[in-house]
Every structure is written in C-alpha cells, then in structure tokens.
Design a protein around this ligand. Structure first.
Ligand code: SAM
Length: 325
C-alpha cells in the first residue's frame, strides 16, 4: 500500500519553490482559485507561475491522496498489474503521475497532457527534481486533440479533470481515453453527488463499450445506489505547514472525499464486497454498509459469531472485504 502523504522528493521540490513566496499572497491566490472552481470556472483562474504554485500547495496533497487511495484499491483487486506506460489526462501539476509512479515501480514511460501552460511549467519543474520523472513527456493542448495522437498506455488516469468539461465533450473524451487504454483506465473525481454522477455516467458508457469494473464496484451491473445517496470514499492526509498556512487551517490533517472508478479491458478474477461507509461497531454487533455482487447490503455481524465480528471490527470505509469468513 502506498501512503497518502506526498513523496519526500515532491515535498522538497514544493518547499524549495516556496522560498520567497509570501504565504498571504499564496493564500489569496488559492482562495480566488477555489472561488472560481465553486462558480464552475474550473482551472481558468490559474494563469501565472505563482497561481500554479498556490494551486499545487492548496490542492495537490488532497488530489494526490485520493489518487493514491484509488490506486491502492486497484492494487488489491489486480495485484499482478504492472503497467509500463502511463497517460495522465488533465495532468495539471502532475499529481496523478507522481501517485502512479509511487504505486507502480514498473512504470517507465510517462505522458502527461493538459491545456494549462502555467500548470504544465510547474509540473515539468517539479518532475525535473525526480530521477524517475525527469524525462516525462508533457503535451500542452485540449485534452481530446492532445490525446488523439498519443500512444496508447497500460494505465490511463484522469484525476479531478472530467468535471471541467461539458457533457458532450466528456462523453467523447471518455471514448477516446478508453481507446487509448491498453489495460486500465482510472477516473477520480471529488466525492460530491455531482462528482459521483459523472463517474457513474462514464462507468455506464464504457461498460457498454466492453469495459469491466475492477474497483470500487464488485460487479459490472447497474449501480444500486440511488439519490440522495452517492458512492464516495474518504482519505485522511497530513497537512504540511505551508499547506495549513495557505488554507488558514489549524488541524494538522484533512479528509478528502472522492469518488472513483477503475475500468479494465479484461474482467477481474475477484469480486469482494466494498465497504461504503465507516462501519458502526457496538458491543452487540458490527453493522456495515456493503456493495456486493448482488446489490447493497447492510451486514450485521453479531459478537457471538466471534471470528466474523473480530474480522468486521477491522473493516474500514473503502475496503474490499469478503462477507463470509
Ligand atoms: C482540478 S485540475 C486537476 C489536476 C490534476 N489532475 C490533479 O489531480 O491534481 C484539472 C486539470 O484539468 C485540465 N483541463 C481541464 N479541461 C481540459 C481540457 N479540455 N483539455 C486539457 N486539459 C484540461 C486543467 O487545465 C487542470 O490542469
């Protein structure tokens, strides 16, 4: 399992770029970028080197943690997957590339693409500090155009990206990303009802094109979750000092909510149930909300079934678990 904390090399690279960058200025830029996000403007507020750095400080630790958690879940289901090539679509500062490099030592070729030149410059600067990522290829342009002539890759990732484009464009991009996927496509989105809505639509679209779900779902069938409920997970991550300053936050950690789907060309061989909320442990029983191959289940594991109870006490939100002991 890869830790959700940014790799030491990346932390050091970010820290060195922070020298001489006023925290008040960075906090102001990060706040204005988040306002634009909330108003539906996506990454358009990120125009300069300092905007890109403020964005990376404020958001990269959390999106890195969400991608890492999703890749950890994928590794449990597909333990022998050893991708050699990565395509990071809407790569921004290169977050998913760093996460995938940590998760898969097999990766050799990294291709990133994004329309934003300030984020691209920062990504190349950060990657330049890493022996493994020094030679990444980073194409600048609209995702679909940049992807069209890219070589297919074993692992294709779009992290916190598909929410920035319109519905029709997203559908076309999903088809193209799938066409460029040799083995696995991972999509990660904010863990909001809207983020989940985009994941579930893309999941359905690509299953119709022959994709199989590796995680989080234990089946390729219709999602059993109905509004107002939505499928999402949470990952706790430590906050760096600069990260706390920029977010004007006190707590030394934050919890990032995310939704994701990992789709594969070949069906996966195991379909464990997925824990969809933090189980409630009482002296009498453990109650857990599970997505299983046959639908949603509220599992109750009574204390008198000693081994099952002991096993279920260790279940965490997001885990893949066997219902029977
Ligand atoms: C929220 S950022 C996420 C960056 C990175 N993937 C991460 O997880 O930290 C979204 C990225 O998608 C890029 N993007 C959005 N629409 C795009 C498009 N149509 N073509 C290329 N890149 C796009 C933005 O420039 C931005 O870098």
């Amino acid at each position: 399992m890869t830790t959700p904390d940014l790799p030491a090399e990346l932390k050091a690279a970010l820290a060195s770029r922070l020298q001489g960058f006023s925290r008040t200025d960075a906090a102001g830029r990060a706040a204005s970028i988040s306002r634009t996000y909330r108003d539906g403007g996506g990454s358009t507020a990120i125009r300069t080197e300092n905007d890109a750095l403020a964005y990376a400080l404020a958001r990269m630790p959390a999106t890195y943690a969400a991608v890492t958690a999703s890749l950890n879940a994928l590794c449990v289901i597909a333990p022998h997957f050893a991708p050699k090539s990565l395509l990071d679509v809407g790569a921004g500062p290169g977050t998913a590339t760093w996460a995938a490099a940590e998760a898969y030592s097999s990766l050799r070729a990294f291709t990133l693409l994004d329309a934003n030149s300030a984020l691209r410059a920062l990504a190349l600067d950060l990657a330049g500090t890493s022996a493994r990522l020094r030679d990444v290829s980073y194409r600048q342009g609209e995702a679909r155009a940049a992807l069209a002539d890219a070589e297919p890759a074993d692992l294709v990732v779009a992290s916190y990206m598909i929410g920035e484009i319109g519905d029709a464009e997203r559908k076309a991009l999903a088809d193209l990303m799938w066409a460029k996927t040799r083995d696995t496509l991972l999509i990660v989105e904010p863990g909001t009802p809207a983020g989940f809505g985009r994941i579930i639509a893309l999941r359905e679209q690509l299953i119709a094109s022959g994709a199989h779900v590796a995680a989080p779902c234990p089946h390729d069938g219709k999602c059993p979750i109905a509004a107002p409920d939505w499928c999402h997970f949470t990952q706790r991550l430590p906050r760096l000092r600069a990260h706390k300053q920029i977010k004007e936050a006190e707590l030394p950690f934050e919890d990032e909510k995310f939704s994701y789907v990992a789709l594969t060309r070949a069906p996966v061989s195991q379909h464990p149930a997925r824990v969809l909320a933090q189980p409630v442990v009482s002296k009498v029983e453990v109650t857990a909300k599970l997505c299983t191959a046959s639908g949603l289940v509220i599992a109750k594991l009574p204390r008198r079934a000693k081994a099952d109870y002991a096993r279920a006490r260790r279940w965490r939100w997001g885990d893949a678990v066997m219902e029977e002991g």
